[in-house]
Design a protein around this ligand. Structure first.
Ligand SMILES: Cc1cc2nc3c(=O)[nH]c(=O)nc-3n(C[C@H](O)[C@H](O)[C@H](O)COP(=O)(O)O)c2cc1C
Length: 184
């Protein structure tokens, strides 16, 4: 199984990127996880959507060929960062590569509410006509990691809080089941 992660932070020491790396390493016998290079995407420009720059083509192709997408993002000003929205805007046009694609959202933040507002906005965006992703339903499936500075080991760049890791195990397993059910 092949998954792709879109990480909404470009920061070198991003906790959200640390979570992506943790998932890449921890579940490598279950799936391969590629991390999309959204830094290389230019600003969305509707004049270019039918013949987009190469970085956009590569990004869209990697979504198309993935069995599922993990969107791992911090909360910026109660919503999703612009770099993530920009990537989704490119993906929502012309060949609309997210339609029916299994997606799981997760987020890490320093705040108390663990990206809850960002992920609520993200669900709305993913339901839009251009995206129509098949998002893992809420109701226990949300991965909302608050107070990140207490749960990550910055020396090794990994999530290290045992309780959170156990929770992650069960929710990643739920997403794998969801992908398999989507393919039937
Ligand atoms: C522009 C900006 C806006 C932010 N807005 C919020 C916010 O609305 N809620 C929140 O909990 N944290 C907010 N934060 C703090 C982020 O949670 C924190 O920077 C987090 O570490 C970002 O994730 P990263 O480590 O993956 O870069 C904001 C940070 C920035 C830079």
């Amino acid at each position: 199984m092949k998954l792709i992660a879109i990480v909404g932070s470009l920061r070198k020491e991003s906790y959200n990127m640390y979570l992506a790396h943790t998932i890449q390493e921890r579940y490598k016998d279950k799936f391969e996880l590629e991390i999309a290079d959204i830094r290389s995407l230019p600003y969305f420009d509707q004049d270019e959507e039918t013949n987009p720059p190469q970085a956009v083509k590569v990004f869209k192709d990697s979504i198309t060929s993935a069995d599922g997408v993990l969107i791992i993002t911090p909360e910026y000003n109660w919503s999703v960062p612009g770099v993530l929205k920009n990537a989704l805007d490119w993906a929502s046009r012309v060949d609309k590569v997210f339609i029916g694609k299994p997606v799981m959202t997760m987020g890490v933040t320093l705040g108390m509410l663990g990206t809850v507002r960002a992920q609520m906005h993200l669900r709305d965006v993913l339901a839009s006509p251009g995206l129509q992703a098949r998002v893992l339903p809420p109701g226990g499936n949300e991965i909302l990691i608050g107070v990140a500075q207490q749960k990550f080991n910055e020396q090794i760049g990994q999530l290290s809080d045992e309780e959170t890791l156990k929770f992650l195990d069960s929710k990643v397993a739920a997403f794998i089941d969801f992908i398999k059910a989507s393919n039937n």
